[in-house]
Design a protein around this ligand. Structure first.
Ligand code: EPU
Length: 431
């Protein structure tokens, strides 16, 4: 097991290059199963969730060829199975996209119930299932696998109204519907940048999807998708995490390779807190010199403030002057990390979906544990800003979604390194 050792209290200075978007990549890689030919995908982030997605596809018979660190060619012209490896697919949440893509191409899918980050509370997939059923598939759970099949028929386009705005259900239904007979309309669809990215990927392979990025998406079914080349968008949340890190530590960092429009919801809040943000074509210059100010934040589906930035921004607010209110509006609960921040001296009270954050003068380094990906990122930010030394365990969660986080932060002047933990110590931590 690896842990991070951080000596905090150093402001960050320099430039950081943002990688491809995790939540786009983990959908676009499974979507390659829909394509009868070779897809060349560029700007793929080097993170463990992506590695796992590629391995699952390989197990189904896909040819995977690495062109360079961020480019792969995926050839799904000789898929020999529609049943995914149980142990691999249950490890990641995004394995649910394999249901939509396998069902859409082969009319059948068997995928282990998805796993992924558990930030407390349930993560249902009833809206995905509702969509597949509306398209004509039978869906059941057998032996830990979700089994979806349309039998001898073809999926049939229809109108699907989502009862909750769901990123995963929107993308999964889009994949299943891409080669369905006729027209599918998804209403109350999610609008996140990665939804537009998936639609653009599929369209560049021959699909006919209109309206992605609005709440109504219209999909005209096509006969087949052919190969092509596509580059994944930059990661909004990775960029936001580095912006939050500069806000917490002070300093000045140029965040490169981003789409500024995607950052508006995060930029607006940081500016309210007294952080200076200067926007250019594909960069943001982030500077914090003065005191941080309190603000209130509610997480919402895009274009609202993203839930995947909630732990990081709460950490920054724990160092702001005054009392801030943070309300989680997407997930039932996402505050497990708050107990770890309290070990560092933060003053935060959580009541159901709301955190009352009373700013403190400084945090103090401590041994802390990551419970999920974004909580882990928040603890890295806290440790970078804190006085003294922190040790962060369970960092495998962080590495699911942040490419080269140690070297990117070190290049900004942070004193952070990773260290292998002896087996017995790791076991003791987990308990
Ligand atoms: N929901 C349902 N039924 C469903 C699906 C969702 O009730 O069938 C509810 C959820 O319980 C939640 C809300 O709808 O309250 C939104 O869930 P959504 O489906 O949008 O989330 P997801 O697709 O499972 C993705 C990201 C998450 C991110 C959310 C929200 C991936 C692999 N995961 O999850 O990312 O928090 O969208 O933006 O794309 C992360 O990257 O750290 C992460 C957890």
């Amino acid at each position: 097991m690896t842990k991070y050792i951080v000596q905090g209290g150093k402001p960050l200075f320099g430039e950081v290059e943002i990688s491809g978007a995790k939540n786009a990549a983990v959908a676009i890689i499974p979507a390659a199963l829909l394509v009868d030919g070779v897809c060349r995908i560029e700007n793929i982030p080097q993170i463990s969730d992506v590695t796992l997605c590629l391995k699952i596809l390989e197990g189904l018979g896909a040819g995977i060829r690495s062109i360079n660190r961020h480019t792969v060619e995926i050839d799904c012209s000789r898929i020999h199975s529609t049943r995914t490896n149980y142990d691999m697919s249950r490890k990641i949440r995004a394995s649910y996209y394999l249901i939509g893509s396998l069902l859409g191409r082969f009319g059948e899918a068997e995928v282990a119930m998805p796993g992924g980050c558990n930030f407390g509370g349930v993560r249902p997939i009833d809206q995905h299932v509702k969509g597949f059923a509306a398209l004509g598939a039978k869906v059941s759970v057998e032996g830990g696998f979700i089994h979806a099949s349309v039998g001898d028929h073809r999926l049939k386009g229809t109108n699907i109204y989502l009862d909750v705005v769901s990123v995963g259900a929107t993308m999964n239904i889009m994949m299943a519907a891409v080669m369905a007979e006729g027209i599918t309309v998804i209403e109350n669809a999610a609008k996140e940048p990665h939804i537009v990215d998936l639609a653009n990927f599929l369209n560049s392979m021959g699909a006919n999807i209109r309206g992605a990025g609005t709440d109504t998406i219209k999909i005209h079914g096509v006969e087949r998708l052919r190969g092509g080349s596509y580059a994944i968008i930059p990661d909004q949340i990775e960029a936001g995490t580095y912006m939050a890190a500069v806000a917490a530590t002070g300093g000045q960092v140029l965040v490169k390779n981003i789409i500024p429009k995607h950052m508006d919801c995060i930029t607006a809040k940081l500016v309210e807190m007294g952080v200076e943000v200067e926007e250019n074509e594909d960069t943001l210059l982030v500077r914090r010199t003065g005191k941080l100010q309190k603000t209130n934040i509610k997480t919402l589906p895009y274009p609202g403030f993203p839930t995947d930035m909630q732990p990081q921004i709460t950490t920054v607010l724990s160092l702001a002057e005054g009392t801030s209110l943070v309300t989680e509006g997407v997930w039932g609960s996402r505050y497990r990390y708050v107990d770890e921040l309290k070990r560092m001296g933060a003053n935060i009270q959580v009541d159901d979906k709301t955190a009352v954050v009373e700013g403190v003068d400084h945090l103090t380094g401590a041994p802390i544990q990551a419970y999920d990906l974004r909580a882990g990122a928040a603890l890295v930010i806290a440790a970078l800003a804190a006085h003294g030394r922190s040790e962060i365990t369970q960092v495998q969660y962080i590495e699911r979604g942040y490419e080269d986080i140690i070297s990117k932060l070190r290049a900004l002047g942070a004193d952070i390194r990773s260290e292998e933990e002896p087996e017995e110590a790791s076991a003791a931590n987990v308990g």
